[in-house]
Design a protein around this ligand. Structure first.
Ligand SMILES: CC(C)(COP(=O)(O)OP(=O)(O)OC[C@H]1O[C@@H](n2cnc3c(N)ncnc32)[C@H](O)[C@@H]1OP(=O)(O)O)[C@@H](O)C(=O)NCCC(=O)NCCS
Length: 190
């Protein structure tokens, strides 16, 4: 189960740094993105704080800069968390996407958030779908999971749209203000 310390990905096996979808680009965060990411989070704060546990901490530029440096230094192992930005063709930050190797073999987890100005146009579904296919093609990965609170209808809709199936609904700790304390565990198999 979650956090047992085992990794699905062997050393040297990592997803790509850039995934080009034509009109959308998924790429590893770079330190130079920190200010724009800070602004995107600040603009989206009211919807992020409802669902994202990390938004309970103060959102500061310094923290975003430290995060940017950590992501840059840790790649390609990424300490098991491959953190990407989602960008429009003009470089605008649309949101964030992560591939997390923290469930133990043979599963990895995908997480996401969207800039509040860019929801409702399929950005997250398309980007999470592309990352799902890439993850399922990595050696050692047989399953990708999306975990969301049962009250997070929009997040569940992303998983559903991508053909994940609901493995179970089970109690899990409430970590953000809008959460119900019941988690949905969505699975997609190779
Ligand atoms: C969860 C979250 C990322 C979902 O964002 P979203 O905008 O609903 O998702 P998408 O970007 O995939 O957009 C889906 C919408 O675009 C539409 N769409 C348009 N073109 C599309 C396309 N090519 N492909 C898929 N959907 C498309 C869909 O029909 C859907 O429309 P709807 O809003 O009328 O239902 C967003 O609500 C969010 O950031 N929430 C706060 C953070 C959070 O909860 N993260 C997840 C924690 S588990």
């Amino acid at each position: 189960m979650e956090g047992d310390g085992l990794a699905a990905l062997r050393p040297g096996i990592a997803p790509p740094q850039r995934i080009d979808l034509g009109d959308l680009l998924i790429r590893r965060w770079e330190p130079a993105d920190s200010s724009a990411r800070f602004e995107a989070i600040a603009a989206s704060y009211e919807h992020l704080r409802l669902w994202m546990d990390w938004a309970a901490q103060p959102i500061t530029l310094a923290h975003q800069q430290a995060f940017g440096e950590t992501v840059a230094k840790s790649w390609p192992t990424a300490n098991g968390s491959f953190n990407y930005g989602m960008f429009d063709s003009d470089g605008t930050i649309l949101g964030a996407l992560g591939l997390h190797d923290r469930l133990g073999p043979p599963a990895v987890e995908i997480g996401y958030w969207c800039h509040t100005a860019h929801t409702g146009r399929g950005v997250v579904t398309r980007c999470a779908g592309a990352l799902t296919e890439i993850a399922l093609a990595l050696p050692g990965v047989e399953r990708v999971e999306i975990h969301c609170d049962a009250a997070n209808i929009r997040s569940a809709a992303v998983a559903q749209r991508l053909g994940y199936h609901l493995d179970r609904i089970a109690p899990r700790p409430k970590r953000a203000p809008a959460e119900s304390g019941r988690g949905m565990f969505w699975f997609k198999h190779r």
